[in-house]
Every structure is written in structure tokens, then in C-alpha cells.
Design a protein around this ligand. Structure first.
Ligand code: PEP
Length: 248
């Protein structure tokens, strides 16, 4: 299994900030043992993909429509992302679930559309703070996982990201035990659903991953990489996280 360090720029970045990508490529110029991915806003995808040619950097989208084309003003299809140079796409990020009412059923349809276009969907799941406080974490994760991932997925066609909503952008990371419990639970559920293939499906942790906590998080069983928001905007920070994963 090749672990994955994925950066999500969210609604951040301009042509000027592509200098961070150039810096990242300069820092991470030697071969690494993991995959390195950046998911910029759609406006920067083609330019970033051009910069990534011949390097270890891969490019992904942050969302896609369920359809390949048509009358869907303002939306972007998985096929279009692939055409622009993407090989991955994030689906079901908690910000899209919360701000756009995305359901598990819709997320699953997006993941299937991504797979059909030759992209690997990174399917995000995670409990809110109140859900964790109520002791419902595993119930929520089980339900989201069941509803959001496509049948017949393989290690080559699916990545799952566990992102506790209360840890995103807050500097509050779960304890090692909390992350370990959820990742082991996800692996068990994936095995029940996908069989032996599940052993190699990458399960990323996301939520306030920083250079200072990356090594500790990457040592947790069944943590096969990270989905990184804020720290992926700074080349030095993201490079340090990639280095930590590569060494894990
Ligand atoms: C995210 O947006 O997926 C994320 C994990 O953000 P951050 O790293 O900033 O918490």
C-alpha cells in the first residue's frame, strides 16, 4: 500500500499562490515513499496540473457532480476534472455535507461518477462534536460509510477519509486512542463490505494535522495517510507532513 498525503486548499488560493507549489516541488524533489496530492480550487487545477507534470505531485478536485455533462450551471463533472489533469476527487467533505446538504446517497453517486471517469474518490466521513459527546461516533461512522461508498470498490478505486468535524480547522485533534478506535472500526466495516480487498484501501485521518502532530498520528494502526486542510497551504508545512508520512 502506498500511503497518501492529500492537501485540500478549499476556497483558498490564487495564481499568485502557485509559488507555494513551486516551493513544495523544490523541497520534495527526491523520491518519496508515499503519494503526494493537492486539491486546489477548480480555477487553479489546470495550472497546478501543468506544474506537476514529471513530478511526484498529483492533483485532485474538491467535489464533482454525479453527471458527466449537461445543464448544471456552476457544477463540474468528474470527467472535466480528469480532463483538467486530476486523478483524485474529494467527495462528501463535511463542509459540503453541512453547507450544501449533501447526503450519503448523493456522496455515493458522486463517488461512482468519479470512478467511472477514472478518478479515485476520497470519500469523507466524520462525526460532529455533539454526536461524539452523545456516544454516537461509531454509529454515525458506520451509517455514513455504508451509505457513501460504492459497491465493488477496490484499493485502487477508493480512499476513505475519517475527519471528525470538530477537529477540522480547530487545532483540537482526537486522542491517539480515539483515532485508533475509529480507523480500526472503518477497516472492519470495509472488510465486511469489500472482502480481502479492504486490507489495502487507504484510510486517511483528517482534522488539524500539522508538522508537529503528524508523526504521532501516522504511527496509529490503520492510519494510511492524511487529508490536510490549513497546513497544506504552506509548502514547508505540507512538505514536513509528507516527509513524516514517507518515514512512517
Ligand atoms: C479538511 O478540511 O479536510 C481539514 C482536515 O482541514 P484542517 O487540516 O485545516 O483541519
Amino acid at each position: 500500500m502506498k500511503k497518501l498525503a492529500a492537501g485540500n486548499w478549499k476556497m483558498n488560493g490564487s495564481v499568485a499562490t502557485l509559488t507555494e507549489v513551486a516551493t513544495l516541488l523544490k523541497i520534495q524533489s527526491t523520491p518519496i515513499c508515499c503519494e503526494m496530492l493537492l486539491c486546489p480550487p477548480a480555477t487553479l487545477l489546470s495550472q497546478m496540473a501543468a506544474m506537476a507534470v514529471g513530478t511526484a505531485l498529483k492533483i485532485g478536485g474538491q467535489n464533482c457532480h454525479t453527471k458527466g455533462s449537461g445543464a448544471h450551471t456552476g457544477d463540474i463533472s468528474a470527467t472535466m476534472l480528469q480532463d483538467a489533469g486530476a486523478t483524485y476527487v474529494i467527495v462528501g467533505h463535511s463542509e459540503r455535507r453541512a453547507e450544501h446538504g449533501e447526503t450519503d446517497t448523493l456522496v455515493r453517486a458522486k463517488a461512482i461518477a468519479a470512478q467511472s471517469a477514472g478518478l479515485v474518490p476520497i470519500v469523507c466521513i466524520g462525526e460532529t462534536g455533539p454526536e461524539r459527546d452523545a456516544g454516537a461516533t461509531l454509529d454515525v461512522i458506520g451509517t455514513q460509510l455504508h451509505g457513501s461508498i460504492p459497491d465493488g470498490a477496490t484499493a485502487a478505486t477508493l480512499v476513505v477519509a475519517y475527519e471528525p468535524v470538530w477537529a477540522i480547522g480547530t487545532d483540537h485533534t482526537p486522542t491517539v486512542e480515539q483515532i485508533a478506535e475509529v480507523h480500526a472500526f472503518i477497516r472492519t466495516r470495509l472488510t465486511a463490505r469489500l472482502g480481502t480487498e479492504a486490507a489495502d484501501v487507504r484510510i486517511l485521518y483528517g482534522g488539524s494535522v500539522k508538522p508537529s502532530n503528524a508523526t504521532k498520528i501516522f504511527a496509529i494502526p490503520h492510519v494510511n495517510g492524511a487529508l490536510v486542510g490549513g497546513a497544506s497551504l504552506k509548502a514547508a508545512d505540507f512538505a514536513a507532513i509528507v516527509t513524516a508520512l514517507s518515514a512512517a
